[in-house]
Design a protein around this ligand. Structure first.
Ligand SMILES: [Zn+2]
Length: 603
């Protein structure tokens, strides 16, 4: 029977303000730190992790399994589950069975070092009751039914249901956690962050990966990267880590024992002589880890395109002569997934492991959302910046060019060229592109590519790409990029809609509908061209009374995010077909009052 992962939340963390000497001794004996610790070096606290009472899942940790659990607990890491805190800084070093409130409990002691900011913060948060609960994850393989003794996945009994026993009495079914194999982690949980009261009918375990000893399990999926071309989606108040962006292949570097492996983002190992050679030159720390990395291709000092790098990795003819690896994020440390912890803590750990100034880490700026422009000036490349939210799992790639990630869904050869049907990932869904793209490039179905377009607009069930060209492609290596944040300005209320439609060859109308029930305002734009508008050209514009059918011929639509009126100049912030800030300002033309329409800056 396969392994299962159990996860139990318990309630208390006990204060032990006076540390008995025998406990400090246990640290030195059980953990064997490089330098033995003494009582002034450490904080020690204890938590009650499991008991032999029925938990909310219907599971019981029978007292005769406690000794086994105690053995597994020692030297397991303690995570701090709340993102404001740093990485695993505490370790379980001793555990014992104790009786409390008519139940048998396992009480586990953990310690961490004093004299670090994170260490003192943790102490204060525990003592102030901020961390009030703890949870334990472990592997076990036998959920034993308390009615019939079989594996409860196989018998007909279900936790919390009543059954009649052979002796005629009614008994509720539960299950015992048996054959405990490993403790994955214990974590301190921010008060209230776990809903502990709901009684689930599901069994409280999930299937562990088959064929996995857990130390070599695949790292968890890195959250998808949101492509953005402005900073509207960024929370002005939140903290971000900003790093230079390169045209690069996103890859995972994993070290497990002596095995050092580069993986694609989907987990598949990358087999390549060039890469093996490069990995052999890296100076890596002793500890096991997995990192989210960027593989960058160079010829001399010039960075090369992603597609050229892909060929280089495959051993094909390529403009790339060497590849470099940069560590952008820490995914797993010593068998513990750390992606749910805060980004700054992960970066600090990376600096500790790889050395801040040794070239394996990209430079970083820690800033609040309203200072992104400054960070862009400091660490931005001609490509853009990568942005990691400190306090959430959001991550962004800001490109200075409008580069949209797409996937090839089907293709047709037409006269030596190829007609590609594309899709774009938004909110976990794949939206098909409204029209096909022609290209002489011979690319495969399923391949991820970067599209450069004048405008990208989501219409609900399709995506409109205006003047799309294929800018680059990822080969077999892929990326997990989406456009989910493109049309989602942070905290901004949408004020209405607009549409742009042609009246004649030379004249377009812009209809602004503020959604307040009043009629839309219509403006006629002379000699309109999307390319010229994007490049900053001003267009003559007149207010117009529109008549006749307009809806059948709309060229593009979108939403009005904001508008301000300054001395007669109307500045409107639009998303969708026309994306960005635009101004309608008064002008004098041939002695007459007129208006001009133009774009006012990209960012
Ligand atoms: Zn049963």
């Amino acid at each position: 029977m396969s392994n299962l992962i159990g996860k139990i939340t318990a309630e208390l963390v006990e204060k032990d303000s006076i540390i008995p000497d025998h406990l400090v001794e246990k640290i030195n004996v059980n953990i064997r730190p490089l330098e033995p610790v003494n009582r002034d070096d450490v904080h020690i606290r204890a938590m009650y992790v499991v008991s032999d009472q029925v938990n909310s899942f219907g599971g019981i940790f029978p007292a005769d399994e406690h000794q086994k659990l105690i053995e597994h607990l020692i030297d397991s890491p303690v995570l701090v589950g709340h993102r404001k805190d740093s990485l695993p800084i505490a370790r379980n070093f001793h555990a014992e069975q104790v009786a409390l409130n008519d139940a048998n409990w396992v009480k586990v002691y953990f310690y961490w070092l004093k004299n670090s900011k994170a260490g003192e913060e943790l102490k204060n948060n525990i003592d102030a009751g901020i961390y009030k609960e703890c949870s334990i994850s472990f592997i076990f393989s036998f959920p034993e039914c308390t009615i019939c003794g079989s594996d409860i996945r196989d018998c007909r009994h279900r936790p919390f249901h009543n059954y009649e026993t052979p002796s005629g009495e009614k008994k509720e079914a539960y299950f015992n956690y048996r054959r405990i194999d490993k403790v994955l982690e214990t974590s301190l949980v921010y008060r209230g962050s776990v809903n502990n009261t709901s009684i689930t009918k599901e069994l409280a375990f999930q299937k562990a990966d088959d064929n996995s000893s857990l130390s070599v399990k695949q790292p968890p999926a890195i959250p998808a990267v949101n492509r953005i071309w402005n900073f509207d989606a960024i929370d002005q108040q939140a903290r971000y880590l900003v790093m230079p962006a390169y045209e690069a292949l996103p890859v995972i570097l994993e070290k497990s024992g002596d095995v050092i492996q580069l993986r694609r983002q989907d987990g598949a190992p990358i087999q390549s002589n060039h890469i093996s050679k490069m990995l052999g030159t890296l100076r890596l720390p002793q500890i096991n880890f997995a990192c989210d990395c960027r593989l960058i291709g160079y010829r001399g000092k010039e960075r090369q395109k992603i597609s050229e790098l892909g060929k280089f990795v495959c051993g094909e003819q390529s403009s790339v002569s060497r590849a470099e690896l940069k560590m952008y994020d820490l995914i797993n440390l010593d068998g513990v997934d750390v992606l749910s912890l805060n980004a700054l803590g992960r970066r600090e750990k990376l600096e500790e492991l790889f050395g801040a100034g040794k070239g394996m880490l990209p430079p970083v700026e820690l800033i609040s959302g309203d200072k992104l422009h400054q960070a862009l000036k400091k660490v931005g490349t001609r490509y853009g910046v990568e942005i990691l939210a400190d306090d959430s799992t959001e991550r962004y790639l800001f490109t200075k060019r409008k580069l949209a990630p797409a996937i090839i869904r089907s293709r047709e050869e037409c006269g030596g060229r190829f007609k590609y049907n594309l899709a774009v990932s938004i909110d976990g869904k794949e939206l098909p592109a409204a029209s096909a793209l022609m290209s002489p490039l011979d690319l495969s179905v399923g391949e991820k590519i970067d599209i450069e377009a004048t405008s990208v607009h989501e219409t609900g069930d399709t995506i409109e790409l205006l003047d799309p060209i294929i800018s680059d492609w990822y080969g077999q290596y892929g990326c997990r990029h989406t456009l989910s944040s493109l049309h989602r300005p942070h905290g901004k209320k949408l004020l209405g809609n607009y549409s742009l439609f042609p009246i004649s060859q030379e004249e377009f109308h812009l209809a602004l509908d503020y959604g307040d029930g009043a009629n839309a305002e219509h403006y006629a734009i002379r000699h309109y061209s999307p390319r010229l508008l994007d490049s900053g050209r001003m267009f003559l514009m007149e207010k117009s009374e529109i008549t006749g059918q307009i809806s059948s011929n709309v060229q593009g639509t979108g939403r009005i995010i904001s508008f301000t009126n300054n001395d007669g100049t109307l500045v409107i912030d639009l998303d969708g077909f026309l994306c960005g800030k635009f101004a309608i300002r008064p002008a004098r033309l041939n002695g007459k009052m007129a208006r001009v329409f133009c774009k006012v800056g990209n960012i």
